[in-house]
Design a protein around this ligand. Structure first.
Ligand code: 4AD
Ligand code: MG
Length: 426
């Protein structure tokens, strides 16, 4: 028997043709009337209403059972997609137990049954956009001549702050789960020049916010012979490409999620660049209790971008709020050449990037200032000894990007099995 995807029932069909077809999937909705059962079937491509005669065998059917159906595609203007399946015969493949997810369940419960909740239309739409995002990113890097590389996840030293490290027993020694592939990408530019990676990153963040995960997917790039201004241009090109591409390819999913695809078509270069010092002044004017030298929190980032419709860069930050590898600004030694990209409409930081420090002594001192041991970084320091070149890079949080693009409230809804401070099950 040959089976068609549900989407086939709606494609290029005239009202008069009544094709006999076979489809299969899961029971999404059920309604029983006097003579008929109205069953809505779902598969990965869509949903369709199917009408079955009411009889003893068909009445056994339950929500989320897997079934194979044979019937006639018939035009019906009252039906959501304009077509239905009539005169249906059904083969039940896996009869489902009483499905635990009904309307009005709490967020907590839906997270407990995430393995089932992932079947919902909302999550299905998000995962399709996620797929498109990753595909677009890969396409952009490939078209632009960058090499994809595979950095390690179990490491001896930290890349970012020591306070968010996950420690792992490594054959009786101590290792850490990667927070960022950056240091390894920096090593790889000396062989491939323009490199990128997509890896899991781990942060033992002790914060329960709608934008923090303990495990997230990190999209990072590093480029040889590249300065600060050039890397910001690359970041904005990449994001513009991704947003425009998703708007074009996934407009139906976006609309269903409450994001107007037109919003994403407007994400075109250049993005505004605002100096950190101006951001502080702006926030002070808005009544925020913040001073030069403070890091920005979610509230501050929200205030800055709530009325914007494109991402914006905050650049030129004080060195105390940025990691050891950021390049000291040659014009002001208290500042570093680092920039955060902040998503519009209050969604907050989506990337950090910038130029990397090349001076060996400066890096060694800053590693010590952060409380790390330069011995753990001797391989990294070698990169400054053997043919060092100016270079820059960036890292985007895939789920942060999706939260903005899909317009969802909580970051956990952008990844199938979220890991947060309170949850690593299911
Ligand atoms: O700003 P971060 O810490 O910068 C780095 O890790 C650099 N080494 C990247 C680089 O230059 N290669 O992290 C980069 C991005 C953030 O802007 C954010 O989008 C995301 O990673 N991110 C998180 N996403 C989800 N949950 C968390 N706990 C995250 N922490 C960072
Ligand atoms: Mg950052």
């Amino acid at each position: 028997m040959r089976y068609k995807p549900i989407s086939y029932c709606f494609e290029g069909r005239s009202e008069s043709d009544k094709e006999d077809i076979n489809i299969r999937g899961w029971v999404y909705r059920l309604r029983t009337q006097k003579d008929n059962i109205f069953l809505t079937l779902r598969d990965s491509t869509g949903i369709i209403q199917c009408i079955l005669p009411r009889n003893e065998e068909n009445e056994k059917i339950t929500i989320e059972s897997s079934v194979e159906l044979s019937g006639k595609v018939v035009s019906d203007s009252r039906s959501p997609g304009g077509y239905e399946l009539h005169d249906v015969s059904m083969n039940i493949v896996g009869l489902a137990d009483d499905y635990p997810i009904r309307k009005d369940f709490s967020t907590e419960f839906l997270n407990d049954v995430r393995h089932l909740w992932n079947r919902s239309r909302k999550m299905q739409n998000i995962y399709k956009v996620r797929h498109e995002l990753l595909k677009s990113a890969r396409e952009w890097f490939d078209k632009s001549g960058w090499y994809e590389v595979s950095p390690p996840i179990l490491n001896k030293s930290a890349c970012e702050s020591g306070s968010t490290l996950f420690e792992v027993d490594y054959f009786k020694d101590k290792a850490f789960l990667s927070q960022s592939a950056q240091l390894y990408l920096e090593a790889m530019i000396y062989t491939l020049e323009d490199v990128w990676s997509l890896t899991p990153s781990f942060r033992a963040e002790k914060s329960k916010t709608p934008r923090h995960l303990a495990e997230y997917w990190h999209l990072e790039g590093e480029k040889a012979w590249t300065n600060f201004d050039e890397i910001l241009e690359i970041e904005e090109q990449l994001i513009s490409y991704i947003a425009n591409n998703i708007a074009e390819k996934r407009s139906e999913e976006l609309k269903a999620l409450g994001r107007n695809p037109e919003d994403l078509k407007k994400i075109i270069i250049p993005f505004d660049r605002i100096p950190y010092a101006d951001v502080i002044k702006f926030l002070q004017k808005k009544g925020k209790n913040i001073k030069f030298g403070d890091d920005l929190g979610a509230d501050e980032e929200r205030l800055l971008t709530i009325d914007r419709d494109k991402p914006v860069f905050i650049y030129g930050c004080p060195k105390n709020i940025k990691p050891f590898y950021t390049k000291i600004d040659p014009k002001d030694e208290k500042m570093v050449l680092s920039a955060d990209m902040i998503a519009p409409n209050g969604f907050g930081e989506i990337s950090t990037g910038g130029q990397r420090e090349e001076n060996l002594e400066t890096i060694v001192n800053r590693i010590k200032e952060e409380g790390f041991s330069p011995d753990d970084y001797s391989w990294y320091l070698d990169l400054r000894k053997y043919g060092s070149v100016p270079h820059s890079g960036f890292g985007f949080g895939v789920e942060r990007l999706l939260r903005w693009i899909c317009n969802v409230e909580h970051i956990r809804d952008t990844i199938p099995f979220p890991r947060t401070m309170k949850r690593y099950y299911p």
